[in-house]
Design a protein around this ligand. Sequence first.
Ligand code: SF4
Length: 326
Amino acid sequence: MSVTGRILRIDLTTRRHSIEEIDRSWLTRLIGGRGIGIAYLLKELRPHVDPLSPENKLIFLPGVLSGTPAPGFARWVVCTKSPLTHIYGRSVCGGKFGAAIKIAGFDGIIVDGASEDLSYLYISKDGVRFLDATPLSSLDTQKTQRILRERHGRRAYVACIGEAGERLVKFSSIIHERRAAARCGVGAVMGSKRLKAIVVDTSGSSPPRLYRREPFLRVVREHNEVLKDHPRRKRMTQYGTTIITTIMHDLGIFPVRNFQEGRLEAIEALSAETFQTFKVKDYGCYACSTRCGNVFSVREGPYAGATSEGPEYETIFAFGGEIANT
Ligand code: SF4
């Protein structure tokens, strides 16, 4: 386990920050991630607060093993009051941003208030800076990340919004690398705070301290040893979640034409094998040996050169089966 016991609180309205101790009883009862996020929202958010007002909170929380060498625990969560449902919302994402928060020395970041102008946060071992993001206005998330990493270096990890978040689209996402915290409209909440990005620069910072380091590392080694030759791990590395499509189809529960049917005649076009013909390389979240991410590239035709991680299974059924698009 790796717990810093510290949370970074940002007030965008006053452009101040503070570092607070997390209630110890929360850490033992709720452990980390969304449990801690819900506790903060329950304690600090008054009822009926407008999700897109400065009063709402946007809380970034890595899982309790994020930033450690344990494989498959890199995920992080954004907790807030959702502008879509007006109740508690949480959105989960992968990549390296959660580990970066831990390496920077925090179990989470709470963002309060709202900035007057579009801004971004730069968090490093030297502190927190509130920086001007107006030149990044309307840029998509890939261009935004590229510019910020060129500016702050390769050990700077970025979570940001694109134009949809800035325009408060209620289902907009927060993007890190090519991974999305895509549920509950967390991007709109970030946009309402006029916060284009959070950059966590891990230069000069060390990975979080491990309790009972040697036994922990032994378990990690054993776990990786099991994964190394496991056939399911190999299939996940090769195909990622695209493998699920034909499994669901064979079971007759692949969502076709908005769930009216469970099978699709031309399912081969959406199969894992078809996507393999576009595969360029694997991608893995922090410390993950499974590396289930697949980077695909279109090789010919009008979209030749278009490259992205995914689509994952959910996108394949939403943009494939549900609208019978093969
Ligand atoms: S690469 Fe895949 S399996 Fe590994 S942590 Fe990320 S989402 Fe999970």
